[in-house]
Design a binder for this molecule. Structure first.
Ligand code: NAD
Ligand code: DAU
Length: 353
């Protein structure tokens, strides 16, 4: 099977490439990534020799029609998994336009090329699939009770989530209007190796190790439903294998935690692992809240559990230990990814809070 994995050099894309090559030795992956600040080609340096034979990396934009057209003509893809996106909510508040370009127009470009190739055959019968990887954030925010189901109306609140909802809707329209074999997955907060250190968990790990302040937004009581990235990759693998065309699948691990709990747990684990007493709760600083900050996300993953047989396998505390170990063993990776545009963005927008 030939698979196009877009956004392959970002956090989840990288983990997916490793997961898929390990579990599908007869598949070939073309990884397409624009290599924004969030993408790193050196992520693939740990692929085994036999895995490298089944993988090729192409630098490029999903909106580049000529390039994507060329890749389809050479590789005749069976499956597209679209991870490519601008993914950070804070950045979307400073620069919404870039999010619309990739997360809405980029999705439409990719779909248009896939359609021009797949309509030549009978894409449904021949098992073609276009997986649009989306997020629980398109559903908006929850109060203290209840869960997002696949039927929850879309109510995005940030430019990021609005752009992802736009991508979902354009993908859905290609299914209804043109019969494209689209499936949408919506996942809760992922964490694990290779996550860019602007996101809560790796940022806190890095700052704590460097005895820098740990900026907690608002009162720290916002809730996220954490999912270890490998569980997400396994869910997408199942969707490729058994997912029904035209459907939406929510993916979440029932691991709801308040942000302040997450930060304190990171401090505890890091102090135990390093023996560094300067890593303590005095580093926590409550800062101005993120504008429009969603209070609580929580997924109901019943559908993917009942219909596809998926189940998460990592509790939050187990996954967090593994994640922290990975960062402790890969501090050079962190140094290299924060050395460029990221630091400029951070200094410009966050230095006075
Ligand atoms: P990420 O920011 O780490 O990676 C995104 C990748 O996409 C980067 O490698 C970047 O270079 C690439 N990219 C950006 N614009 C591109 C373009 N125009 N053309 C080609 N490549 C481009 O993001 P992530 O956390 O790995 O998220 C992957 C996908 O999963 C996104 O669609 C995101 O919305 C979704 N998602 C993420 C989470 C999460 O918790 N991280 C949860 C649910 C859904
Ligand atoms: O829910 C899925 C989404 O999870 C994905 O669609 C997004 O791509 C991904 O970035 C993530 O979005 P969040 O906004 O939830 O992730 P982030 O790591 O930025 O923040 C997690 C929580 O921690 C959120 O409530 C904001 C808070 N936070 C974040 C940062 C970076 C802080 O309190 N301090 C911080 O410095």
């Amino acid at each position: 099977m030939n698979v196009l994995v877009t956004g392959c050099a970002g956090f989840i894309g990288t983990n997916f490439v490793y997961y898929y090559l390990r579990n599908h030795k007869d598949s070939f992956i073309v990884g397409l990534d624009k290599l924004t600040y969030a993408g790193n080609i050196q992520n693939f340096s740990n692929l085994k020799e036999e895995e490298k034979k089944n993988f090729i990396f192409v630098k490029g934009d999903i909106s580049n029609l000529e390039l994507v057209n060329y890749l389809f003509s050479v590789y005749d893809f069976d499956v597209v998994v679209n991870f490519a996106a601008e993914s950070h909510v804070d950045r979307s508040i400073f620069d919404p336009a870039t999010f619309v370009l990739t997360n809405v127009l980029g999705v439409q470009s990719l779909l248009s090329v896939a359609m021009s190739f797949w309509k030549k055959g009978d894409s449904w019968k021949s098992g073609k699939k276009f997986i649009q990887v989306s997020t629980d954030e398109v559903y908006g925010s929850l109060g203290p009770d209840g869960y997002f189901t696949e039927e929850t109306p879309l109510d995005p609140h940030s430019p990021y989530s609005a752009s992802k909802a736009g991508g979902d809707l354009i993908a859905k329209s290609y299914y209804h209007t043109f019969g494209m074999p689209v499936i949408i997955t919506r996942c809760s907060n992922n964490y694990g190796p290779y996550q860019f250190p602007e996101k809560l968990i790796p940022l806190m790990v890095w700052n704590a190790l460097n005895h820098k302040e740990l900026p907690v937004y608002g009162d720290g009581k916002n809730v996220r439903d954490w999912l270890y990235v490998e569980d997400h990759c396994r869910a997408i693998d199942l969707v490729i294998e058994k997912g029904k065309i035209g459907e939406v699948y929510n993916i979440g691990g029932h691991n709801e935690r308040e942000n302040i709990y997450v930060v304190k747990k990171i401090i505890e684990i890091l102090r135990n692992k390093t023996g560094d007493s300067k890593i303590n709760e005095s580093l926590i600083k409550f800062v101005k809240d993120r504008p429009g900050h969603d209070r609580r996300y929580a997924m109901d993953p019943k559908k993917i559990i009942n219909e596809l047989g998926w189940k998460h396998s990592f509790s939050f505390e187990e996954g967090l230990e593994i994640t922290i170990d990975w960062y402790l063993n890969n501090l050079d990776w962190v140094r290299s990814v924060i050395s460029g545009d990221y630091l400029k963005f951070y200094e410009k927008n966050y230095s006075n809070r």
